[in-house]
Every structure is written in structure tokens, then in C-alpha cells.
Ligand binder design. Sequence first.
Ligand SMILES: *Cc1c(COP(=O)(O)O)cnc(C)c1O
Length: 409
Amino acid sequence: MVQLRRQMLCCGNFLNQLQSNVRWSSSLQIRDKKVIQPERSFKYADLSVRLAGLEQLQPKPDVSALSFGKYFTDHMLKIFYHEALGGWQMPEITPFESLVLHPASKVLHYAIELFEGFKAYRGIDGKIRIFRPELNMERMNNSASRTGLPTFIGEELIKCCCRLISIDQEWVPHSIASSLYIRPTLIGIDPTLGVASSESALLYIILSPVGSYFKKKEQATGLSLLADPQYTRAWPGGCGNYKVGSNYGPTVYVQREATERGLQQVLWLYGEDNEVTEAGTMNIFMFCINDEGEKELITPPLSNRLILPGVTRNSILALAREWNQFKVSERKFCMSEVCQLLSENRLLELFGVGTACIISPISYIEFVGRPLHIPTMKQTNPVYKMFLKHLSDIQYGIIPDHPWAIPIE
Ligand SMILES: *Cc1c(COP(=O)(O)O)cnc(C)c1O
């Protein structure tokens, strides 16, 4: 009974939060043809739980040893979809375990899969909060639709996810430098080799306690990037704006090339004019003094669909517009503009943003043999630090009751 009341509180709270989110715009405004409103979905009310036995529980690693995505919690959520059985099956929480897949499963041949990433944070008041999860659900449904995988009601998955986190709550690090990374994944598992949309699928969520995405040294000095116009990660009409696995596998080769040259990440360019799109798996921001002599924060637009519509990107834009301290633009910028601003000492900061790293300052770019030293780390009151502090104050409950941070219990 107590358990039940708690759950009801959790969901009521969630709906209230969702409503107050409207003020902050609870959509990534991905310009898809239609908003996805699935007719069929699994339901939180059907969730069943099978707890791990004591002998199955894993020891929790020390927060200092976390790094990124190396450890997983004791439980996972699974939801099967079978067209032949009427679509979505009942959600289940089970002990963390390996999957058994037919060798012909579409995910293994044609990368029919997508994923998401968001985090749960243990606040200074001990409460666990998740950050704007409805935006991840919106993006996940968009990716599903683009990949021929079934869609669902986002709210139902958030509720199942909250229950999973609540069961594994001791895995949410007691630290404001760490968090619990939530990785929903949806894969096509039909046992047939045809390239076609999936009649069988598996949606699952695994949880991983994480520290910082980049190493200490990289954080202290800023990131170094390889900008090589030979490579591109996305193109108009492609799917760079969806979080589908097939976007990431082929980047590993270019990442290795960067590493071999002593650089940490890839700066992804597009087209003849070397348009700047993303840094590694992060959205990118430039802070500069524009031609009118004003300070301006610029990030590439979503309109040409070359970039992933990031939740962090969206949040930084919303904060910057609310603060109203400098001009804020979503517009295309190219390497020629970066070089020009730099040569006139008008480029102030470059930084990458995303859930995994939050915000990473960029200090160096190697562009067709040219070394570009970016003065991000040399600013006295850099804007990237203001955003980083504000976001982390929201996530860890230091700014109380913010509509973006949803307590799970
Ligand atoms: C996930 C991702 C981002 C960041 O998105 P967030 O929602 O802020 O985590 C940016 N770029 C790429 C390519 C990504 O995969």
C-alpha cells in the first residue's frame, strides 16, 4: 500500500511537472512532417517486476572509478513488440541479463536500431531527478518512425523508467560530479533477412553510473579537434538528425585518425564551404563578437537536418534567451568564419554540449594542416561556465523545483 501511494505520488508529480514545462516549451521542435501520436502503446499499469536474487547483485564501483558506461546496475526494463501478437507486450523489469537474439535479427544486419541517453541525478537534498525526459521520448519516437520501428506513448516509458531507477536507486551516485546514465534502446529483432520495417522489436533500458565523459586532463586544458573536410557524418536527406546507431559506427574510423594525430575528437564539417555541424557526439556553440561589435552566441540550426536536436542544446538556447545578455542565433557558420573571427581576436569561446559531457570547452582545432588555437580557456568569465553551473544547479536540485528537473519519488 505504501509502495502504491508512493508510485501515485511519483506520477502525479510527473504530470504537474510536465504541465509547468509548457512554459519552457516541452518540444525539441524537430520539424517532422507530423507529430507522432501513436495509437498503440504499452502501459505502465501493466508493468511487472522480477527482482534479482541476492547472489545476482553486483558490487557498486567507487565513484572515482566510474568513467563512462563501464558498469551497469542490477536490473533492466524490457518491452517486446510483436505485430502477430497485437503489438506491444507488457513491460517487465528483470535482473540485468544478456539478450538472446536470432542470428538473422535485423538489428544485427541492417542496424535497425536507435538509442537515447539521459541522466538521473542525486540532488543535494538526496532526491533523485531526471532532466527533461519528455524531450528524449519525442526524439526516440521520431527515430523509431524513421527506422521502421514501432512508436509508443513517451509518458508510459518515462513512468516505467522511473520505477526501474527507483528499484536501482542505490546505484545513483552520491556525488554532484556523477550521475546515472539512462540508455533506452530499440532494436528490430525479426528473424528474417529482408530489408523491411520490423514486425518484432525489443525496447530495453539499461542504467550505468557515470563520472565525467572526458578525462581530467582533457577537462583542464579543453578539447582538441580534428577538422578534416574529407569526412562528413550527415547530409541533407540523410538521418544525422536522428539518434540511430548507424550514424555512429562509421565515425570510429575518423575518431581513430584524430587519436593518431594526438587529437581528442572530430569536428564534423559539411559541404564545399566547410559548414561546422557537430563536435564528436556533441552539438557545438560559438561565442564571439559579431560584425556589429555585439556579443553573439551561435549554434548551427536544425532546419537543414544535419545535426542532432540535442536536449542540452535546446536548454542552453532557452537559458541564453531568458538571460538576454547577448544575441542568440541558430544559424549556419563555416570554418572560414571561425578563422576570420580568430584572426581578428573576435572568437571568444567554442564548446561542445550533450548529456554525456554536459559542456566541454574546445581549445584547439587542426584544420587542413592549420593549427587554430581557440581562446575558450583564456576568458575570465566564460559563458560556457555560466551554462554549466546553471544546468548542474538545476539537475542537482541546487535551484529548487525547476520545471526541467523531475523528481522520481
Ligand atoms: C546525443 C547527441 C547529442 C547531444 O544530445 P543531448 O540530447 O543533448 O544529449 C549531440 N550530437 C549527437 C550526434 C548526439 O548523438
